[in-house]
Ligand binder design. Structure first.
Ligand code: DX5
Ligand code: ZN
Length: 210
């Protein structure tokens, strides 16, 4: 079954509790936190405090995507706040040390690739990853259009022997979700297409039926 991990970046910042209830009630197992530092990407979002508050109320797989230049400094903070799976960018500083630190802290480890970073960049660490997150837009902002050329990386990762989860993030809608599933993606991050939908539960149902 294809999983949906709604990105709260696209939710109404004044109604994040309701947004999380919507995701829960739509049967989403995961909730995606897009954490941005205004340096790795030209945008700022939220920190571990929001995650800590959500952890108290919800039983999601907390799927935390760090778009930070120096993620190593924040592994402990997001681990203590309750991240289930912590994903850092292969392009960030201290990438390999981050993966080791995430696993040592007891979390599942994910690696994210910007659109133009080849899948081969992860070869040395594939056996230490629980998830690879393929950015299907340039990271930083929701509401962009999906870059389909990225999807070839899913097949390349499998050819390289990767057996973990492959997630995609950016520009994903009900219209392109089937294409992602066919390409071998098992978890979809949806921000705009889920939280701005008239009927988010119907969006989730469509994805879960793929
Ligand atoms: C980009 C963000 C977005 C967000 C999803 O850095 O990571 O990809 O999660 O955005 P939508 O689904 O609105 O394109
Ligand atoms: Zn993300």
């Amino acid at each position: 079954m294809i999983k949906l991990s709604p990105s709260i970046l696209a939710a109404d910042p004044l109604r994040l509790y309701e947004a999380a209830c919507t995701a829960r009630d739509a049967g989403c197992d995961e909730l995606h936190f897009d954490v941005m530092d205004g340096h790795f990407v030209p945008n700022l979002s939220f920190g571990p405090g929001l995650l800590k508050a959500m952890k108290k109320e919800f039983a999601f797989v907390f799927d935390v995507h760090l778009m930070l230049s120096d993620p190593l400094s924040y592994v402990k903070a997001f681990g203590d706040a309750g991240a289930t799976l912590l994903t850092v960018h292969q392009e960030a500083n201290d990438f390999e040390q981050c993966i080791k630190s995430i696993r040592a802290y007891g979390m599942k480890a994910g690696a994210s690739l910007k659109p133009h970073t080849p899948a081969e960049a992860l070869q040395p660490l594939l056996n230490q990853l629980d998830r690879v997150l393929l950015m299907t837009v340039e990271p930083g902002f929701g509401g962009q259009s999906l870059m389909p050329e990225v999807l070839v990386k899913a097949g390349q990762l499998r050819e390289m022997g990767f057996t973990g989860s492959i997630e995609a993030d950016g520009g994903i809608t009900c219209d392109n979700a089937a294409m992602l599933a066919r390409a071998g993606v098992d978890t979809l991050v949806m921000g705009t297409a889920f939280f701005k939908a008239k009927d988010p539960a119907a969006v989730a149902k469509k994805v879960h039926e793929l």
